[in-house]
Design a protein around this ligand. Structure first.
Ligand code: SF4
Length: 431
């Protein structure tokens, strides 16, 4: 480590880099005392004789100098980057998963020892179309694969957007998907989240293996599914704690059970209690229709202190959902206002719908996400993958952009169709 070159790349502070590099304003200094940096701050700490490495560096983007004792992980991160060892090679040499290596590198970036390029997932020039926007919203630090690993489901909801039969994917196909996803996110300099869904994803026969493989690659994992037994959730927790576990409710008991089946409402409340007991971040999603809009706020009250986040999606008039009635456009602004007032009083109520930007517009506050704000994430910072390999910009409507079993994710992402979705609706151009 003594030989780390400080001229790995000629970057001045504040400049951008094209690959992960060692902070050029960093010196690695061998010393023959333990506890030297803490002693500089607190002279009551007594240094002791012994070999140690000290890092002296300027925090990127600041004039602040720092002096710290180098940890084993920090030395490893510097060694990997300065020697140009690939993540997979480093993982193989160390007998650990690539996720462990990536975590070590990410911590060194966070500390300012390494410099990393910014996300390459950046909005096209056509945004923001003259709107008041948050400029930080134009690039995405995380790419999410919403992965429908199976069509098999224990429910049969009346608004389900896809109850078509589809052969389950082979485990080997799933592993190739994860490798492809890893490469895509590395080359685009973004973190990766895999949101497993279905059907009921936990009914996929190889779910645990696939979930573990995702965790081993350092991916954040999440689940959109149904209530499952305590033992099954503990199995998942033993592999990796999900970022969140989302279930659905469609209104109060009678309304919900008319959509999702008798007994579903009570089972789901019990399951939310279980998630809370296990310390898993829980989310409830409601599909908003004309029939349930009057129950939304009462349901939100019922979920207060029971769930971390409650949000709604407007009904997608596709699949079996086409038979239900969506909220009348003239009723929607009033509903949004009441809902937002409720959100101010109830912390679990989330403002996900992109049409909240309409209220923001009235008050001159910056837009949030979605089509009516700085742009929808479909085909931009997330895509949906179906069990047959089809990639869709968004799962709520048929929006095919390619097939991951036939092309790499990057080819699907860079294709003409995905580009069209990223452009957004032509009707909004220039608005
Ligand atoms: S909406 Fe979801 S839970 Fe309901 S039947 Fe369809 S896949 Fe299953």
């Amino acid at each position: 480590m003594r030989g780390i070159s400080l001229s790995v790349i000629s970057v001045q502070h504040g400049a951008t880099v094209r690959e992960v590099v060692v902070n050029p304003a960093l010196e690695l200094v061998p010393v023959c005392w333990h506890n030297l940096p803490p002693f500089f701050d607190d002279q009551t700490i007594i240094p002791e004789i012994g070999d140690e490495w000290v890092l002296v560096f300027k925090k990127p983007g600041t004039e602040v100098m720092q002096t710290i004792t180098a940890s084993g992980h920090e030395l490893l991160a510097l060694k990997i980057v300065s020697e140009g060892t690939g993540d997979r090679e480093a993982a193989s040499l160390g007998g650990v998963t690539v996720g462990v290596i990536d975590d070590i590198l990410a911590a060194a970036v966070q500390r300012g020892l390494l410099l990393a390029p910014g996300s390459l997932l950046v909005r096209p020039d056509s945004f923001p179309r003259g709107k008041i926007v948050d400029p930080h919203s134009f690039s995405a630090p995380i790419f999410t694969l919403q992965w429908h690993v199976t069509q098999v489901c224990d429910l049969h909801c009346r608004h389900c957007y896809d109850r078509s039969d589809s052969k389950d994917m082979e485990l080997s196909q799933g592993i190739r998907v994860l490798d492809d996803l890893y490469d895509f996110c590395r080359t685009h300099h973004v973190f990766t989240q895999v949101t497993f869904t279905g059907g009921n994803p936990l009914l996929y026969p190889h779910f645990n293996t696939l979930y573990q493989e995702a965790a081993d690659r350092g991916f954040m994992t999440a689940i959109l599914g149904n209530s499952m037994p305590h033992k099954r959730i503990e199995e998942i927790l033993a592999l990796q704690k999900p970022e969140f576990y989302q279930v659905s409710l469609e209104g109060l008991r009678v309304q919900n059970d008319s959509i999702r089946g008798v007994g579903h409402f009570d089972r789901t409340l019990d399951f939310l209690d279980l998630l809370r007991e296990l310390g898993i971040y829980s989310m409830v999603m409601l599909t908003l229709t004309r029939a349930n809009m009057d129950e939304v706020l009462e349901l939100a009250e019922l979920l207060r202190n029971r769930v971390e986040l409650f949000t709604f999606n407007r009904l997608a008039m596709v699949g079996e959902g086409a038979a239900l009635a969506s909220v009348a456009p003239e009723d929607f602004p009033g509903f949004l206002r009441e809902y937002r007032q409720a959100a101010a009083r109830n912390f679990c109520v989330g403002l996900k719908d992109n049409l909240f930007n309409l209220l923001g517009h009235e008050q001159g506050i910056p837009y949030g996400g979605g089509c009516a704000g700085y742009g929808c994430g479909a085909g931009f910072n997330f895509v949906s993958l179906l069990p047959d390999g089809e990639v869709h910009a968004c799962r709520k409507l048929p929006s095919l952009i390619g097939n991951m079993y036939q092309q790499h994710l990057g080819e699907n992402y860079d294709g003409f169709l995905a580009g069209q979705y990223r452009q957004g609706s032509a009707a909004c151009q220039g608005v």
